[in-house]
Design a protein around this ligand. Structure first.
Ligand SMILES: Cc1cc2nc3c(=O)[nH]c(=O)nc-3n(C[C@H](O)[C@H](O)[C@H](O)COP(=O)(O)OP(=O)(O)OC[C@H]3O[C@@H](n4cnc5c(N)ncnc54)[C@H](O)[C@@H]3O)c2cc1C
Ligand code: FES
Length: 267
């Protein structure tokens, strides 16, 4: 969590498509690059004339300390992301970052499993870099609709971390959902912690399987946001403590990363 983060007018250093409707955007943001921890996010407000009025939350995908930049990997859905896709080098947009808590690997972690679905790989890449630099033995399971939408592969290959790939249509890796293999992977993998980001149904399934195999799991949740820093309370999710008491937590401020057992997974 962060105090006193100032919005800045961040310059677009580069923007290019990486797949149909998916872009990588690099922004000049030296302070955010310095401060960002794996799993934190940014609020971006790209529109001219004050529209869209609210920022759009995006995981911080990469950072370059030499260039003083952060990168975002985003998929076009509606007005906000369409405006982002229309940005050009040299344009400026309002940026608030870094926000949220980020992932917290255990201090003595030796073996980790990182699970990503679709664009959910974005906030996991900095985590993978951290785990690698700390000498944590890590494996990756990555799922996507098809091979063309399997993102971040070049970066993952450079990291050299063993990776299992799954696609819905079988155009890359194994056909089917990665959750079909997860019980087997957890049974034999001796993983001490799992980190996951992807579509809600995937994260719910991962959370259930991890609970069955008694493996601690952190998930990065996505909710619609207004302010991004805890004031407007529009991003709340139901959480429960060990006694089953339910409370509301703000994804932007208390998360976006939660212990998967803490989340009340609505069907
Ligand atoms: C912490 C966090 C990190 C995120 N990281 C990324 C990222 O790295 N890359 C990326 O592409 N997207 C990310 N998202 C989702 C992204 O914020 C939404 O896709 C975006 O706000 C949609 O804005 P829009 O104006 O284009 O769409 P809108 O016009 O606002 O909505 C279009 C569609 O997108 C859905 N949508 C809108 N907001 C969200 C949301 N917050 N979560 C899920 N679905 C939403 C709506 O239900 C609707 O169907 C993240 C969300 C959160 C909360
Ligand atoms: S977005 Fe305003 S409290 Fe979370």
């Amino acid at each position: 969590m962060n105090n006193a983060i100032e919005p800045i007018a961040a310059e677009v250093l580069s923007i290019f498509p990486v797949a149909d409707g998916i872009y990588e955007l690099e922004l000049a943001a030296p302070k955010a690059a310095e401060q960002a921890r794996p799993g934190q996010f940014a609020m971006l407000r790209p529109g001219a004339g004050g529209k869209p009025y609210l920022g759009r939350p995006m995981g911080i995908y990469d950072r370059d300390l030499m260039r003083g930049s952060i990168s975002i990997l985003f998929e076009v859905h509606g007005a906000g992301t369409r405006a982002m896709a229309g940005l050009h080098e040299g344009d400026k947009l309002d940026l608030l970052a870094p926000l949220g808590n980020g992932f917290t690997p255990a201090a003595d972690l030796r073996r980790a499993l990182v699970i990503g679905g679709g664009i959910g790989v974005a906030p996991l890449y900095p985590l993978l870099c951290q785990l690698k630099s700390q000498g944590v033995e890590t494996e990756i399971m990555l799922g996507a609709q098809c091979g063309e939408r399997m993102l971040a592969l070049e970066r993952l290959v450079r990291l050299g971390i063993p990776t299992r790939l799954y696609t819905d249509d079988g155009t890359m890796g194994k056909r089917g959902y990665l959750t079909e293999d997860l019980p087997e992977v957890l049974r034999y993998g001796r993983f001490e912690q799992v980190f996951c980001c992807g579509p809600m149904p995937m994260m719910r399934a991962v959370a259930n399987i991890c609970a069955e195999y008694r493996t601690p799991c952190q998930v990065s949740l996505e909710e619609r946001m207004g302010c991004g820093f805890g004031i407007c309370v529009c991003c709340v999710v139901d959480c429960q403590d060990a006694e089953g008491n339910i409370s509301k937590k703000r994804v932007c401020y208390d998360g976006p990363v939660f212990d998967s057992q803490e989340v009340v997974w609505h069907a």
